[in-house]
Design a protein around this ligand. Structure first.
Ligand code: SF4
Length: 518
């Protein structure tokens, strides 16, 4: 790792705005926040991947990955961020280095040429160049190439020096914020400013979630001047230094950037969430209060209260038909960050019981919020292996698992309904109306008539009279026919005439007993 990168990583570890970090000793701070990996467990993405998912939602920028093909392919568009305009961010650009390029030291030349081709073909407002493990190890000076290319092609070319080996995906997200602070923020002035200009940091407009919130801000006359990086344009990042207030949606990775904006440009920030009715209202209140403090007209507070009252009434009326259908359902939540508590409180508002929530990737603040909304830390889980998740689903009697796509097969195996609440999801659940969409998804999933059929015993699990002359061990259908002890049922073989235990085919004492493959 180069000295510059080492210093950048160390600075990211030493985040004074992070309460967890402040509580650590100087030695512990040096070691950073990454936990040692469990052998055999997925690592969850490299630092380059983290930088890419943080910045790729900037929709009009050309994102050029300086690497052999696979780095770009592995990280391409793995979040469903939506755009209201340019679709350039959906084009995967890479220098596609070959072995020969590396041996012959042609990386820098190839990069320069690639930037030129992109500018000529697409004329983007900026090109972001991502370093990766290979090009960092071959020593390609991407900062120098970007500088030369920016002058030659009269276009900002931004080096994102976050190679994969620098650390975890989370660190990559932090460093992406740092790159924007160093190279982009403050480089352009907005055509005009207002007293109600804000930055939103840490939202990525996943499946269009920002569009469920923006109409509320529009009605209050609040303008999203800067965005990192929900439906963002390059200029929206470049002019972030002129906003009056910053809202930090994801409380962890980009906190350092919010702090630096406050220290350098005097822009106060607060952490909030747009998941759930009460959290959306709280976020709007905090936003308006801070704006008024910074000079916006005091009537903003009254207009905010009027809007909240109207929207809450509207959403509660829209939720009413679903209440009886979802109240009392039990949910196991396996997600991360602020969603660990914001979705819990959203579900509780509807009488849905949350039997447990994961607190992996959650900060101490997030954990404190979980205890606040759930009353106890008894239902908080760290990382769960699939087997443990299966056992928890069975033991808790959960009706539904809400998680990322990787856990959906555990739910399938446990014959439990599943809803995607992670970054790859296809439905937006933010803001007031997002809550209605979420409840509709829960209702659709958990009350699907398919579950009754699925939980009904299979035909071979019911008792049949044994054929004369055949022993119990071979059953009525003869040798080789499906037997009552096949792993689908998990039961012992039935004696002739013995009724099958159709109510509970698995061993109730061992919730994981039927998780084994055949
Ligand atoms: S080679 Fe490095 S940068 Fe590329 S995907 Fe693998 S860890 Fe990430």
């Amino acid at each position: 790792m180069s000295g510059t990168l080492k210093r950048t990583v160390q600075d990211a570890f030493d985040e004074p705005a992070c309460a967890t970090n402040r509580a650590k000793s100087a030695t512990a701070r040096k070691a950073g926040c990454a936990k040692p990996l469990t052998p055999g467990a997925a690592a969850g993405g490299c630092a380059f991947d983290g930088a890419m998912i943080t910045l790729q939602p900037i929709v009009d920028v050309a994102h050029l990955v300086h690497a052999p093909l696979a780095c770009g392919g592995n990280s391409w568009d793995n979040r469903g961020s939506a755009s209201s305009g340019s679709m350039l961010y959906k084009t995967g650009f890479t220098t596609d280095l070959t072995e020969l390029d590396i041996v012959m030291g042609r990386g820098e030349r190839k990069l320069y040429r690639a930037i030129g081709e992109i500018v000529e073909a697409h004329a983007p407002p900026a090109v972001f160049v991502y370093a990766t493990c290979v090009t960092a190890m071959t020593g390609d000076d991407i900062v120098a190439v970007c500088k030369a290319a920016a002058q030659a092609f009269a276009t900002p070319v931004i080096p994102v020096e976050v190679p994969g080996f620098a650390g975890s995906k989370n660190l990559g997200c932090k460093l992406a914020g740092e790159m924007m602070f160093r190279h982009v923020i403050g480089t352009r002035e907005p055509a005009h400013t207002t007293d109600t200009d804000i930055n939103i940091i840490g939202d990525y407009n996943l499946s269009g979630e920002l569009w469920q919130v923006k109409p509320l801000l529009d009605r209050l006359g609040i303008r999203i001047l800067g965005s990192l990086s929900a439906d963002a344009r390059y200029r929206q990042v470049a002019q972030m230094h002129r906003a009056r207030v910053t809202m930090l949606v994801c409380s962890h990775a980009l906190q350092g950037l919010a702090r630096k904006l406050e220290e350098t440009y005097d822009i106060p920030y607060f952490e909030g969430s747009f998941y759930g009715i009460s959290d959306t209202s709280a976020a709007l209140r905090s936003l308006c209060a801070l704006l008024v403090k910074r000079g916006a007209s005091a009537d903003l507070l009254d207009r905010c209260e009027a809007l909240i009252a109207e929207e809450e009434a509207k959403v509660r009326a829209a939720l009413e038909p679903y209440r009886a259908r979802v109240t009392g359902k039990r949910v196991l939540l396996y997600t991360g960050g602020h969603k660990t508590w914001s979705i819990v409180s959203a579900l509780q508002e509807l009488g849905v019981e949350v039997v447990g929530t994961s607190v992996r990737k959650a900060t101490d603040n997030d954990k404190a919020r979980v205890i606040q909304v759930m009353g106890t830390e008894a239902h908080m889980y760290e990382n769960m292996a699939p087997r443990d998740m299966y056992a928890t689903l069975k033991a808790s009697g959960a009706d539904i698992l809400m998680s990322g796509a990787r856990s959906q097969f555990v739910a399938l195996k446990a014959r439990t309904a599943w809803i995607d609440v992670n970054q790859e999801k296809h439905e937006p659940y933010a803001g007031y109306m997002g809550m209605v969409d979420l409840v509709r998804a829960i209702d659709r999933s958990v009350n699907n008539p398919m579950w009754a059929q699925l939980h009904r015993p299979a035909p071979w699990e019911t008792t049949r009279p044994a054929a004369p002359g055949l022993g119990a061990a071979e059953g009525a259908d003869g040798p080789g026919a499906p037997q009552a002890n096949d792993c689908a049922s998990g039961q012992d073989r039935l004696a002739p005439g013995e009724p099958a235990d159709t109510a509970n085919p698995a061993d109730p004492a061992d919730p994981a007993s039927d998780f084994e493959d055949c």
